[in-house]
Design a protein around this ligand. Sequence first.
Ligand code: ASP
Length: 438
Amino acid sequence: MRKLELHWQILLGMASGVVFGYLVTSWSGGKDFVSDWVAPVGTIFINLLKLIAIPLILASLVKGISDLKDISKFKNIGFRTIGMYIFTTIIAISVGLGLVNLIEPGKGLPQATINQMVSTYTDNSEISGKISEAHHQKESGPLDFVVDIVPDNIFAAMSDNGSMLQVIFFAILLGICLLLISEEKAKPLKIFFDSLNEVILKMVDVIMLTAPFAVFALLANVVVSADNPEILEKLLFYTLTVILGLILMVAVYLLILYIVTKRSPFSFIPKIAPAQLLAFSTSSSAATLPVTMERVSEHVGVDEEVSSFVLPVGATINMDGTSLYQAVAAVFIAQALKFPLDFTQQLTIVFTALLASIGSAAVPGAGMVMLVIVLESIGFPSDRLAVGLALIFAVDRPLDMCRTVVNVTGDAVVATVVGKSVGLLHPPIEKRLKKTYR
Ligand code: ASP
């Protein structure tokens, strides 16, 4: 019997997790059962993925760069990647702004609902935590972002998953210098990183064997910790606006993909589907990164010289789903709390959301921290920030799951497009296998 493809297995795990979560909430003690006995399986899986993220970035990037025949190619890849990331993020924010102004989900929100949200969530410690985290980030100087990319201790950088850009910087420097020394001296290190890269890609395969069980646990836990569905219904228009924007964004990606590479979306999506499903289940593009790298290089066929740079950089700085969400959320809050926004303020949202997506961490809930910065940039009164966040807090987790899928899809599409544009996009896996066995 043919084995079910990985993405179907994961989908099955997710669906059973949701059903199990719903069934369990009707028992007394069901919620505690899930958090004590089921949720840890999901946490272990996320830890395993995070465990291999840094070694994978280091090994694949050093290998990728040291395999380059010509350094100027790397400069090309770098400029195209950053250009594409900025371009797609601006499209995402514009789609979000266009939809929220068209649908106006905040206008009809009844005062009673606003009062209910505010009384339920304003004193929530998570909201005050996000506001103070945003203020802390805002205090840094304009060039601190660049200074932070250069680590003063590579072992310290490698011991922190939040320092991915520092590890990328070190790997690029190491890869370039390997190209600059004699071949004979470079060879042992190249062989070492090559072998490390292979081993870690194999680890991704092994870890992914447990993915269907892990997503079961992750989704069951999401269901049992979800808010009261009645509140979710009241925010239906806002939720639908964000989801519609995210769907449109995926359509934009697939169009760009088709125009540049002539690859059909129907063959592309199943190849990256396991990464998308994990992004949905974990709400973290950083945790999903090893799987995204494996799918894009081995299944889609993007050469590692491209994917090893474009994807880790994308996971840290390219968050189109998050920036689209920030645009919709900021305008929704302004509409609901009757804070009129003129054209310049909407333009400010575009720039701040662009910078915020670069600065957001690739972890669950990071988008909400940056939303505080976006709201402040348009002059939203700081004493009402907690009220604004309270309005959207109930649906943040499900929307976080959806926007993370778009963040990961955007990275995968840009990697494929950049690969094609520099002549480093190979045929997809089924064509390569056919060639080998013919
Ligand atoms: N969870 C998102 C990510 O990891 C970031 C966010 O939008 O909160 O990509």
